[in-house]
Design a protein around this ligand. Structure first.
Ligand code: G3P
Ligand code: MG
Length: 253
C-alpha cells in the first residue's frame, strides 16, 4: 500500500469545536483553532441546486431557525437561514458555510480536515463525490486531507479521482463489519474511523496490523478514552478538543 505521509494529530475537533460553537460553521472551526486543534472533522453534502455545503443533517430543523430538507433548498434559500442562534445568541447571524468558504478558511488557518462525505437518505453518493472531490483535491494539499464516509459507493467513486498516494480515504464504521479488510483493499484505504465505544481491543490490533491508521469518534471524556491510545488509536475525533488537549498535555499516552 502506498499512502500519503499524513501526520495525524492526536485530536480532531468534531464538526469544528462543536461544544463551544454551532457545529459545522466557520465559527466552530475558528474556535477549534483557538483551542489548539490543528485538524477538524466536517460533514459535506449538496443542496438541491448542487452547491456543496458543510452540514450534518438531511434537514435544517435542528441547527437553524428554518425547516425543510437540504435537497429541496437552493443556495439563496440556504443563506436566509440563521444557523447560529439555535446554539447561542453570540452566534446569531451565522450562515450555512459553502464548501468553498470553508476550504478558504482552512487554508488561511493552515488546518487539516477529515472531510466526511455525508450521504443522507435520498441523496446520491455519486453526485456528491463528483461535485466535492475535484474541489477538495484542487484546494488542499495531500497532507491536510482525509476524506471519509460511511457510504461504500462514495468511497469507491472517490478513489477514481486520485491514487492512494494523493488522496487518503477513511472508512467509517459504526460496528466493524466482517469484511472490513476486503472493503479496505477495494479502495486502498488509508484509515479506519471507528466508533470508540464499540471497538474491541482485538479489532483495533487487527486494524493496526493491516496497516491502517485508526481514528475514533466521538469520545468526549479523555479518561474514558485513555486505553484506546495503547490500542493504537492515532486520533480522537472529539467535541471537546480543549479537554483532550489539556489531558494529553499532562498524561503519557
Ligand atoms: O466522522 C466521524 C463522525 O462525524 C461520524 O458520525 O454522525 O457525527 O457525522 P457523524
Ligand atoms: Mg461527521
Amino acid at each position: 500500500m502506498m499512502h500519503p505521509q499524513i501526520l495525524l494529530p492526536t485530536l480532531i475537533a468534531h464538526r469544528g469545536y462543536s461544544s463551544a460553537a454551532p457545529e459545522n460553521t466557520l465559527s466552530a472551526v475558528r474556535a477549534a483553532h483557538r483551542a489548539g486543534a490543528r485538524w477538524v472533522e466536517l460533514d459535506v453534502q449538496l443542496l438541491g441546486d448542487g452547491t456543496p455545503v458543510i452540514w450534518h443533517d438531511a434537514d435544517v430543523a435542528r441547527c437553524s431557525d428554518g425547516r425543510g430538507k437540504l435537497r429541496r433548498m437552493d443556495w439563496p434559500q440556504s443563506q436566509t437561514l440563521d444557523v447560529g442562534r439555535w446554539f447561542g445568541s453570540a452566534f446569531a447571524g451565522e450562515k450555512m458555510p459553502s464548501l468553498d468558504a470553508m476550504l478558504a478558511l482552512l487554508n488561511e488557518l493552515e488546518m487539516g480536515v477529515n472531510l466526511e462525505l455525508k450521504v443522507s437518505r435520498g441523496h446520491d453518493p455519486i453526485a456528491l463525490v463528483e461535485r466535492v472531490v475535484p474541489i477538495v483535491l484542487e484546494a488542499l494539499p495531500t497532507e491536510r486531507l482525509v476524506l471519509s464516509s460511511f457510504d461504500r459507493l462514495a468511497l469507491r467513486h472517490s478513489r477514481t479521482f486520485a491514487k492512494p498516494e494523493r488522496l487518503a480515504l477513511g472508512m467509517l464504521f459504526n460496528r466493524l463489519p466482517k469484511d472490513w479488510q476486503a472493503q479496505g483493499r477495494e479502495i486502498d484505504a488509508f484509515s479506519i474511523h471507528a466508533h470508540w465505544g464499540r471497538l474491541k481491543p482485538a479489532q483495533a490490533a487487527a486494524i493496526r496490523q493491516a496497516g491502517y491508521a485508526l481514528l475514533c469518534y466521538t469520545p468526549n471524556d479523555p479518561n474514558a478514552f485513555h486505553p484506546l491510545w495503547s490500542w493504537g488509536a492515532a486520533s480522537a475525533i472529539t467535541d471537546e478538543p480543549e479537554l483532550f488537549r489539556r489531558y494529553l498535555a499532562t498524561s503519557t499516552v
